[in-house]
Ligand binder design. Structure first.
Ligand code: FAD
Length: 503
């Protein structure tokens, strides 16, 4: 590891996966890192805390899927073991159990997408509906996460895409739309087809084991961020909570020299923003220096989605077949999941009653309800999936409303999303909504973009070793072959009629 000469300062704004990832790597390289977080603790959307009664809660449960290679590599480096083993999951509708997923890596590996197709146990969906997904494979091959592919598919809604490719109404309603609601927090008509294809390929289709998932055996805050923060601070970074950044000071050489945070100014040689869309819009509204740039003003065209995270303590144990469950068909544009925390979290293993986390995505219409109303709605929904919940009594609860919290990959939004490198010499972006070609999503993407931003700082300031970013596992051979042929045909088509059709 090469040491950075004294005095090279970097300010990182936002202490979620992206900001912590950037800060950790830069601090290890010897940079003088200050991490400013608006909230009272680190973690961002993944933060966890204790209730007044001393019970752990968090802003929604977070899964770690098989392709999260960079996060798993960090966990190894930290020498911690926060995760459960790979878990099986179920899917419920208003008429009961619909799907059970095996642990795909335990089954003989088949060329993708055969394993996903053959091993997923559909309880009701007829074969003819499942087969109607086959033509969609063309779009999966055609969408290669390149700039051109995003521009080709981002203006189309996911619903239109599935319709164009002949997906049956039932397969769409019972399989694809629920995946969009849980994976991208929006229903098909509100979701970019590019984002849908990218997300589905990363989490499900690229390789048979990709849908396998582990969960933290407690809150991510407790199990991962607490030990990680200790290491970040030990590496020399200063982590300052309750510091809401409002502006940048920029010199005549197009460089940020200071980060404004209320009355304080933090002098710096480089800045990394690791803030979500809503947070970035707030900074924009108070920052003349960002507001003077079109790329930052364009963030106003981006949106974010409401999420509701509830945790219920029941007086009795209810038998829940699988620890993690996704549900659909309860509300037209809201997806939800529930988790058996007695099975997942160490803290609740010995609890006499069931502890259930139920999270609602795209939960706009629920946020204004009173806690009591939310709790009775959640219990009613749970009882439709697992009848044992009907008679059980709720003895404690936590209701967390997350307004405009998660990134909205709306149709046509790609053109406004920022890349890691901005028009300032020394200001870089990171987070799960930043344009990135590595191909990952959600927490893994946030962490990867944090490392990418750290690498840009290293290249700009010229000292330290670049962070190693693991690529997503390569496409399988037959997919590589199909993508290569498709690309050649596209190039031939383009050479004959350049820019004739809409992308
Ligand atoms: C209910 C729910 C369930 C989810 N489930 C999963 C899942 O199962 N798996 C998965 O991988 N992902 C999941 N996600 C998505 C995941 O949480 C995000 O992709 C990821 O946490 C984003 O990290 P980030 O670092 O980009 O941003 P954030 O976590 O949003 O961090 C940004 C930070 O910036 C801070 N900030 C904002 N403004 C300022 C300011 N002006 N000054 C200083 N600091 C500021 C914020 O307080 C925050 O701490 C889920 C999200 C939710 C809400």
């Amino acid at each position: 590891m090469s040491e950075v000469s004294q005095g090279k300062r970097v300010v990182v704004v936002g202490a979620g996966w992206a900001g912590l990832g950037a800060s950790y790597h830069l601090a290890k390289q010897g940079y003088d890192v200050t991490l400013l977080e608006a909230g009272s603790y680190a973690g961002g959307l993944v933060a966890g805390w204790k209730t007044a009664a001393g019970r752990s809660v968090e802003a929604g449960i977070h899964g770690f899927w098989y392709p999260y290679r960079n996060i798993f590599s960090l966990i190894n480096e930290l020498g911690i073991s926060p995760f459960t083993t790979w878990t099986r999951s179920s899917q419920y509708s208003t008429v009961g159990l619909e799907v059970e997923s095996p642990i795909f890596q335990h089954l003989p590996r088949l060329p993708t997408p055969l394993g996903t197709f053959l091993y997923t146990q559909f309880k009701r969906l007829p074969l003819i509906d499942r087969l109607s997904a086959l033509p969609l494979l063309y779009a999966v091959i055609d969408f290669d996460n390149s700039e051109e592919a995003w521009r080709r598919y981002d203006f189309v809604t996911a619903r239109e895409l599935f319709k164009q490719f002949g997906v049956s109404a039932r397969l769409y309603r019972e399989s694809f739309e629920p995946m969009l609601l849980v994976g991208l927090f929006a229903s098909g008509e509100q979701c970019s087809a590019a984002a849908a294809l990218g997300m589905l390929y990363f989490f499900i289709l690229a390789h048979q084991p990709d849908f396998d998932v582990v969960w933290c055996r407690g809150t991510v805050g407790e199990k991962i961020f607490r030990p990680w923060l200790e290491r970040i601070e030990k590496a020399g970074a200063r982590v300052l909570a309750n510091r809401r950044v409002t502006d940048l000071i920029v010199d005549s050489h197009n460089r940020a020299t200071g980060v404004v945070c209320g009355d304080e100014v933090f002098q710096t040689d480089a800045v990394i923003f690791a803030v979500g869309i809503t947070g970035m819009k707030k900074i924009l509204s108070s920052s003349p220096s960002l507001h003077s740039r079109e790329e930052f003003r364009n963030i106003s065209n981006l949106g974010a989605i409401d999420v509701l995270a509830t945790r219920l303590w029941f007086e009795r144990k209810i038998n829940i077949p699988r620890p993690s469950n996704a549900c659909f068909g309860f509300d037209a544009t809201t997806g939800w999941t529930f988790f058996d925390l007695n099975a997942l979290h160490d803290e609740y293993q010995a609890e006499p009653g069931s502890v259930i986390e139920a999270d609602f995505y795209h939960a706009n219409q629920f946020l204004t309800l009173e806690d009591e109303e939310i709790v009775s709605l959640v219990q009613r929904y749970l009882a439709i999936c697992v009848p044992g919940f009907r008679e059980a009594k709720v003895i404690d609860r936590s209701v967390i409303r997350l307004q405009k919290a998660v990134s909205h990959f709306a149709p046509g939004s790609y053109r406004y999303m920022l890349p890691v490198k901005t028009s300032f010499e020394n200001v870089f972006m990171s987070g799960d909504w930043i344009v990135n070609r590595q191909g990952s999503w959600s927490q893994e993407k946030a962490y990867v973009t944090g490392l990418e931003a750290a690498n840009k700082v290293i290249s700009y300031l010229g000292e330290g070793t670049l962070a190693k970013i693991l690529p997503v596992e390569a496409d399988e051979i037959h997919i590589q072959f199909a993508k290569a042929i498709n690309k050649t045909l596209r190039q031939i088509g383009k050479s004959i009629l350049p820019d004739f059709w809409l992308p």
